[in-house]
Design a protein around this ligand. Sequence first.
Ligand code: FRU
Length: 491
Amino acid sequence: MNTEKLEKARKYEQEYGKLVLDSERPVYHVTGTTGWINDPNGFSEYKNEYHLFYQHYPYANEWGDMHWGHVKSKDFITWERLPVALAPDEGYDKDGCFSGSALELDSGEQLLIYTGVQEKIDDYGEKKRFQTQCIAIGDGRDYKKYDQNPVISQKDLPEGADPLEFRDPKIWFEEGFFYVATANKMKNGSVFLHRSKDLFHWEFCGILASSLGELGNMWECPDFFSLNGKQVLLISPVEMKPNGEDFHPGHGTICCFGEYDKENYSFQRENHHLIDYGIDFYAPQTMETSDGRRIMIGWMQAWSTSTFVPEGAKYFGQMTVPRELTVVNDKLYQNPVRELESYRQDKVAYFDVEISNKELTLDKIEGRVIDLTVELLDIKQFHQFVIQLACDKENKTLIMYDADRNKLCVDRSGSGFPHDIVHTREITIKPVKGKLKLRILLDRYSMEIFLNDGEKAATFTIYTPQTAAGIKFVSDGRAHVNIEKYSLNKN
Ligand code: FRU
């Protein structure tokens, strides 16, 4: 049963989505059909296809009443657009269908669990936006909201919990129960755990973990799973104070490792690190594929930079490339999904090229939609090594390695932004056995860097004109590099 609000959003997308030319979209990153997108939602496998939903306001390039947009894929790279899945069209979610997750049920149906936002006026005449957890069940395209929604509300919360900041359910099935981890503002950010046998009746299990004032002031979008023998909690804390290289926009995403005491539903945080060291990355969500890989996708934006919408944009917001996760020495490693490799074309490779203080361009090393690997072979032969990407006379995106300080410095101030916002980042990274490896994915409006086979990742949006496709290298000494470049193409 589709309501007027849902039909309106679907019709709007059909009509206006056509006006966005393929050449105005990234080649292999997900965007909304029209309007605005933020967090990835419901990232999951259903009937042997990968589904991705997203926070979506179809009608403008700004955040508004949240709907769920929807795409699906067989390989994480080519996505088919589907009609809007959820609209804020019931009393309990009239002010937004906020983030959530999805699961394939034994019945063959697809379950969506999301946060319903409902504004109410309290006894003092003040507006309060209550957040509850709601479900909808469907066939991979159309969804019916449960008529007894919400399924988890204020009455299911522990004492001291905040019913106004209670959201982003992440669901999984384990040993006969459905479990849901949600974010709450209690104790400056907590993750609650609820469980259910039937999806409709939920019991509160415990508080998995809390910020206690150490990690921001509210946690968003929790994800909780075990990987390579480690228990992992991903969170997106709000109001983190900038700390050295971390948390420049006041929020960020963190990966925490620790011990999970299943009897008491408590997760003892032991150590944590930032997930992405770039500028545009937030609210990631993971899924497990049927071949056992843990894949993460993030919103390729940050709230603090999300108001800088390019002039004339017909849509706004992108997702990162889906990334395969592994845990190595208490670090979350990320690499682009292996499926991307089958889109590589026109290999160009150079071995042991010497780069000195004269800017060097190499035949066929150029392009804006590319998969480029640069291996710095002998770090001791220079102090600074620079790659200029997406460059022409007026534009350049700089990646500079400072070998004395083990710092990778990225500067996108020449990357098409007319605004003086944060454009630079410094990332500490050491060579491994004397070598530093950079894999750089460029798409029309972004750059994602993966260092040392996934040890660190850094994500940046760029809005450089597409004609700026040059690549140059320079060093202040005698750098030796291996370079491998592919075009990424869907044809
Ligand atoms: C994170 C977030 C979520 C919320 C959603 C609203 O970016 O604030 O906590 O569910 O966005 O769009």
